[in-house]
Design a protein around this ligand. Sequence first.
Ligand SMILES: *Cc1c(COP(=O)(O)O)cnc(C)c1O
Length: 363
Amino acid sequence: MTVTFAEKLERIPHYEPGTSLDDAKARAETPDAIKLASNESPFPPHPAVIDAIARAAEGINRYPDPDARALRRAIADHHETEPGRIAVSNGSCEILLAAALALCEQGDEILFAWPSFSIYPYLAPLCGAREIRVPLGDGYVHDLEGMLEEVTAATQLLIVCNPNNPTGTHIPAERIDSFVESVPARTTIILDEAYIEYQINDDPDTTLDLLAKHPNLVLLRTFSKCHGLAGLRVGYALCSPQFRAAVDAVRQPFSVNALAQAAATEAIRHQDDVADRVEKNVIERVHVEERLRELGFDTAESQANFSWLDLGDLDEEEVVESLAKAGVAVRPGTPLGGPGHLRVTYGTRPENERFLEALDALT
Ligand SMILES: *Cc1c(COP(=O)(O)O)cnc(C)c1O
């Protein structure tokens, strides 16, 4: 006799670590390998954030504030809303998993676009729901009309990733507004805005105005990307108090640790630093996208901190392998739902040059 595990485990996608195998491969090849595989910020946190972590470290014999009051207050102040509308989490992925558990039963449906964020396919198998994937439309952009057509009485959760990972494409807030209007009020809509700071079409807080009108809307944000705190795991949702209570009911207390709370509370005070990171990213985006086109690659129109490129005749596996040999870790498209493509995160200028040179050598 041996132990057996839940049947649903068979349906959960095989785990592809975020700090991907390709990264390990690249490191094995060259000690100075660069990581352009996980959409992290190439810049360390603000020095004041590191100080805040050091100060908080002295008190970690105590449990953190289970309600993360200081952090939720700081986030609420920043977005000019109420702390009651802020749910914080151990990375924003925790909110996605908790939302699936809190919203869905057997037979319910979870609707999202594809290719989109690699965590979404975990949700339905975890909670026994059925997943409906709607292919991206022209230009790798969400097909919102197509998604609306798939909404049924069973659709408990609908996710729109904007800008979309892995394609970087952005839907303007005006389109999001009319889309949210069209979705029935019984369906929870999660707008995953992990990269919203990086886009320059709209003020990143435009979508906040929709929250007041639509209690079924959840905006998902993270400190992992442009705030540079991926290693600490802090995310948050701007949501109704009911949604916050629901996700709290299905996850452990104290999910955001003391160092993470202190760091994020400090990080959100430094909006000048965020603006600086965003500006640097825009400069790299323009540069990398232009060079990629010069090299003959078609790319999706990125409004994020990464490019999604069509490899054309090149073999995806060989390209990833060769880049790894040159010490550049990127993400192959196949596990992300886009065979024949590559996702590359923007690093510093020298890092981006190294990627472009290594890619150029293959064409
Ligand atoms: C990186 C990312 C997140 C953030 O995940 P965390 O758990 O907050 O680190 C959320 N959504 C998308 C689409 C992402 O790419």
